[in-house]
Ligand binder design. Structure first.
Ligand code: UDX
Ligand code: UDX
Length: 450
């Protein structure tokens, strides 16, 4: 099977590479010529664990190619995937469909016969239909069928999510389209992974509903965390206790400084806009968006309070800048809310992130970037953990104590235990656990499964 993937971002590059890994011949195309040149010369423009080796293997074995030339790439493609970005339009909150429409027109102008076009990008309900009509109008001499095949790839675990998904969703309206998609995903159905066929609008809405539901779980646990804090409960135990109920499930119940990234914020906003357009409001999703925005905005205040109400002239060490671990992606990261507010309040920020600092330097130019975890905390008045990278999970506390000016830790990912930190002599603040507000401190006991 010959496949073209248009857009070599986090989704397109992973998808194209994984299709090549299945044995198909894949060309990844992008309008960004510098990106294509990087890929053609063996570089990888993003950090995604395992992706570099998989790209190398598949290019060496002749299945994976990179090109800026859309016309020749699509000439003999059985399937053309659209994986260009659909960012939030800042004016309207809707998904910006400019890139996907442009790519569709470019394809339509350059194909003959019948062509299947598969939308991987996250697009509002009705987009597949709009694109199909647009392509037919652009080239009345060819015929087009647009298939919806949303992605469910978590950055940092994208290859695993592609190769072992819970399900694959396909929206289409002919048996032929179903057959070709069945053939494409045969390597997964052989592993008993379900491919769920539905209509285009349902596939489009499944993607938004899935992300909005996961965002709801996070916003929910975060609010329950706030409540836990003031009533003496422990949010880690609450999450475990409710997660053991199979109807609820244990995943996406980790309390946090708020969800970020390229999908949840964008997709919840776009879903709200779609619902408004159809005059069928999604009030729960609206509440989730507002709760998450409030939470992110409030995190700097928590840090300031933990520092005694004033950070003027204080040096604050921040571990973790990306929106989650195992990625270099800074899009909608909580660090972009927290750091400017702390800077405005007069703090001097020193930061370290294993993969995000190159991108962070463009967005947070006043921060001092450290070359190691321990250098970052040298002489700091407080240490803040913002992203739960593995290398922050096993800190050497004797070294930390020597480095810090004050033994103050603010752990916004709850990767340490309050009692253990207190035993080592740290003033330790985390989320949703007793001890966070000293005035309301109660006896902390850890939940135990026996
Ligand atoms: C993707 C999806 O497209 C988005 O809808 C989904 O919700 C999240 O994942 P992502 O891969 O993260 O987006 O986007 P990005 O990293 O911005 O990559 C998009 C790529 O498409 C870029 O490399 C860009 O240069 C390319 N592009 C954009 C084109 O090739 N053609 C265009 O017309 C526009
Ligand atoms: C998400 C979807 O999970 C994935 O299926 C796809 O649709 C793209 O969008 P991604 O944004 O890459 O993936 O990462 P994810 O692991 O979902 O985390 C998103 C945000 O939620 C991060 O900021 C993370 O820190 C936060 N999160 C996640 C929590 O706060 N608590 C949790 O329990 C899980």
């Amino acid at each position: 099977m010959n496949i073209t993937v248009i857009g070599t971002g986090y989704v397109g590059l992973v998808s194209g590479t994984c299709f090549a890994e299945f044995g198909y011949r894949v060309t990844c195309v992008d309008v960004d010529i510098a990106k294509i040149e990087t890929l053609q010369t063996g570089g990888v423009p993003i950090y995604e664990p395992g992706l570099d080796l998989m790209i190398k293997r598949n290019t060496q074995e002749g299945r994976l190619h990179f090109s800026a030339d859309l016309v020749s790439s699509i000439a003999h493609s059985d399937l053309i995937f659209l994986a260009v970005g659909t960012p939030t339009d800042p004016q309207t909150g809707k998904a910006n469909l400019t890139y996907i429409k442009q790519a569709a027109v470019d394809i339509a102008q350059n194909v003959k016969g019948h062509q299947y076009v598969v939308i991987k990008s996250t697009v509002p309900v009705g987009t597949a239909k709009t694109i199909e009509v647009l392509m037919a109008q652009t080239n009345p001499h060819a015929t087009f069928e647009v298939i919806s095949n949303p992605e469910f790839l978590r950055e940092g675990a994208a290859i695993e999510d592609f190769m072992r998904p819970d399900r694959v969703v396909v929206g289409c309206h002919t048996t032929k389209a179903k057959t070709i998609m069945g053939k494409l995903y045969r390597p997964l159905t052989l592993l008993n992974i379900p491919v769920f066929y539905t209509s285009n609008p349902s596939a489009e809405l499944i993607k938004y509903a899935a992300n909005a539901f996961l965002a709801t779980k996070i916003a929910f646990i975060n609010e329950i965390g706030d409540l836990s804090e003031v009533c003496g409960a422990d949010i880690q135990d609450i999450a475990q206790g409710i997660g053991m109920d199979h109807r609820i499930g244990p995943k996406f119940l980790q309390t946090s400084p708020g969800y970020g990234g390229s999908c949840f914020p964008k997709d919840t906003l776009a879903l709200r806009e779609t619902a408004e357009d159809f005059n069928s409001p999604v009030t729960i999703v609206d509440a989730v968006i507002k709760a998450n925005d409030r939470r992110k905005a409030h995190m700097a205040d928590r840090i300031i309070q933990a520092c005694g109400g004033d950070v003027k002239g204080k040096r604050i060490a921040i571990l973790g800048l990306t929106f989650k671990p195992n990625t270099d992606d800074m899009r909608d990261s909580v660090s972009l809310d927290v750091i400017p507010t702390l800077e405005k309040a007069g703090a001097k920020i020193h930061a370290y992130d294993p993969k995000g600092m190159e991108e962070a330097q463009k967005l947070l130019p006043h921060v001092s970037y450290a070359s190691s975890v321990y250098e970052c905390m040298d002489g700091a008045d407080a240490l803040v953990i913002l992203t739960e990278w593995n290398i922050f999970r096993g800190l050497d506390w004797n070294v930390v104590k020597q480095k810090l000016k004050a033994s103050l830790i603010i752990d916004l990912r709850n990767i340490y235990h309050p009692q253990e930190m207190a035993d080592m002599g740290f003033a330790y603040h985390s989320l949703g656990r007793p001890g966070v507000r000293p005035d309301l401190q109660m006896v902390a006991t850890k939940g135990v499964v026996v």
